[in-house]
Design a binder for this molecule. Structure first.
Ligand code: ZN
Length: 299
């Protein structure tokens, strides 16, 4: 790949891939097969990103194996399974019976007569408030950091560790955003759109592809911003908590981006066991030590 082509692709990749996925998702709704279309789109995106990681990596050293691929996949499956189980369990115990009346037309404050795209934008920004504080607390409150440390213990970023979250960490992340949207009466179609957008931006955020973002990093959580978030240096790492958009980072003073390359040497100061099962038990096993990601430990 010539340098010129590489430069053009690095500017176009993020907006074109996200835009393409959103267009495919909209088409999936229009033909009445949103779930199937989402799954096909998501795995196609993962395939394209894996190819781009190989062709034009952001960090060439991150192409080497870290031995964590099985653990990454196991955490992804367990987290996804736990969240799905919670949703099924909630419906079994009748939570939906309380929630549904609020979600019917005429209930709640949700502007159901607005265009769908505007409702989705509102949902992204409102849920982001919950996601932002859940993520920030996971860094600044030691008991929650114990769970979130699993995600940050990787020494390289790539597509396959996008879903590497302790299952408790996943539950902690999803609840605050939903606690905002559901009582307001957000329709299910808006919530599924939000889930799709979060999935697409999440996998893009962790990819090891050389991309450029320019002003996009003032709106969205781009891979450029998120690489700072994985820095071992807490002056850089305890920043950029946004999941999809960065408004709350800007307002609460945690938006961080400097005109230099983020460090390639990422990770945490604690020792994380390499095996999946030991990682699942790790937050429960060890006594609470002085927590490395706490702000007071930043000096
Ligand atoms: Zn984090």
């Amino acid at each position: 790949m010539s340098d010129r082509v590489r430069l053009i692709v690095s500017w176009l990749a993020w907006p074109v891939l996200l835009g393409g996925c959103l267009a495919a998702t909209a088409w999936g709704y229009s033909i009445g097969k949103p779930v199937l279309t989402f799954n096909l789109t998501y795995f196609s995106l993962a395939g394209v990103l894996l190819l781009l990681e190989y062709l034009m990596p952001h960090e060439r050293s991150w192409l080497a194996s870290d031995g964590q691929t099985p653990a990454n996949i196991a955490h992804t499956l367990l987290s996804k399974g736990t969240v799905q189980t919670l949703i099924v369990f909630s419906s079994v115990i009748g939570l939906a019976a309380y929630v549904t009346p609020m979600a019917e037309p005429g209930h709640g404050f949700w502007p159901r007569d607005w265009p769908l795209w505007a409702q989705v934008v509102i949902a992204v920004y409102l849920s982001e408030f919950g996601l932002y504080w859940a993520h920030r607390l996971a860094h600044e409150w030691p008991p929650l950091w114990r769970f979130h440390a699993i995600h940050h213990s990787v020494t390289k970023l790539w597509v396959v560790n996008t879903g590497r979250f302790h299952f408790v960490d996943s539950l902690k992340s999803i609840v605050p955003g939903m606690m905002i949207l559901i009582p307001l009466g957000a329709p299910m179609e808006v919530i599924t759109w939000l889930s799709a957008i979060t999935a697409y931006i999440g996998i893009l955020t962790h990819c090891n592809v050389e991309m450029r973002f320019g002003p996009l990093s003032w709106i969205f959580n781009t891979p450029g911003l998120h690489r700072w978030h994985h820095s071992r240096d807490l002056r850089e790492g305890n920043k950029n908590y946004g999941e999809n958009v960065v408004l709350w980072d800007i307002l609460f003073g945690t938006w961080f981006n400097e005109n230099r390359r983020p460090p390639a040497d990422i990770g945490i100061s604690e020792a994380m066991p390499p095996r999946f099962i030991d990682q699942v038990l790790w937050p429960f096993r060890r006594p609470q030590p002085a927590q490395s990601h706490a702000p007071e430990a930043a000096e």
